[in-house]
Design a protein around this ligand. Sequence first.
Ligand code: TRP
Length: 383
Amino acid sequence: MTAAERAATTRTTAARTTTDRDTAGPSAVRSVEPSAAPVLTAADLTAADLIADPGAHRVLTGDRPTGPLHLGHYFGTLQNRVRLQDQGVEMFVLVADYQVITDRDLADRLAEHTENLVLDYLAAGLDPERATIFAHSAVPALNQLLLPFLSLVSVAELSRNPTVKDEIAHSSQAAVNGLMFTYPVHQAADILFCKADLVPVGQDQLPHLEVARTVARRFNERYPHADGSAVFPRPRALLSEAPMLLGTDGGKMSKSRGNAVALGADEDETARIIRGARTDADRRITYDPTGRPGVSGLVLLAALCQDRAPETIAEEIGDGGAAVLKRTVIESVNEYFRPLRVRRAELATDRGHLRQVLRAGAERANAIADATLAEVREVMGAI
Ligand code: TRP
């Protein structure tokens, strides 16, 4: 048992005196765990638990392999993952390949996207010696956890998930497939197979985290160990403090909308995309995210790259207008990402190494998933 598992077990066992009520579940069982705050900010953790005892935590997070990661991913989550890794927290980083086929019929160029995701991870500073990087399709026991977990949630709960609803609304598919409907439970298996207690995610993932917490709680209630201890910790979200970066069209930054600068983009491509960003007619540059989302998004991007306050950047540009603003952003981005891009280009020449990272990650993930599944089967009476 690792330190994280020990800590988690102690926490859940010690908490058995508190109650909170659950009326939503299929069995409407009574909870035996505390209603600990489900969401933490990075600041909460850096200050308290993590620095004091990084070894007491296990972090899992992941991405769908649907295309290259962009600057929004970098400042929203990648940077934070590397920080956690460097603080000595045990990291699991998942390539969620099964999730690709939730809203499309074919997992197009999956192997290529998967390798490129690993490339972006390594270029950003994730270290395969310290972080376990793996694809969940390569870990059978993780996927088998989906079956018992599905028995713990009601169809009504699945259909209420706001993130799934939103994805269904934006899907181009004629019909909603069963995986789309149940993938938050699969995601609970992603998190719980390794007994992660912290999950760095964006706001849109909070409903999924709630599903994972519910599954953990109900499993622990229904199938405790003989000594009364719990199998799973209740994972908590670790919300990034970085403000959300908008795309160059003022909408959500997304690789499919063509409004994002990829981490691996070259300097000319970066300049071209930023020059095309939407701004407004007011020459005076200010930082006003609600009133002027286009201009402010650019100011924020320069600020993140320069590690300075957006207000200061805006003031410096003053009456320089959109042209000076864009020149500043292009220079800041290209300068900040130059070392990462050099590293990325070097790593890209050795595809065999990327595959090897995934193989080694899968081997480690399989060992952990096999142990968890064995434990699950034992408490469930060997099914
Ligand atoms: N759903 C996440 C996304 O679309 C990816 C993901 C899959 C994930 N499994 C996870 C994130 C487990 C955190 C934990 O970005």
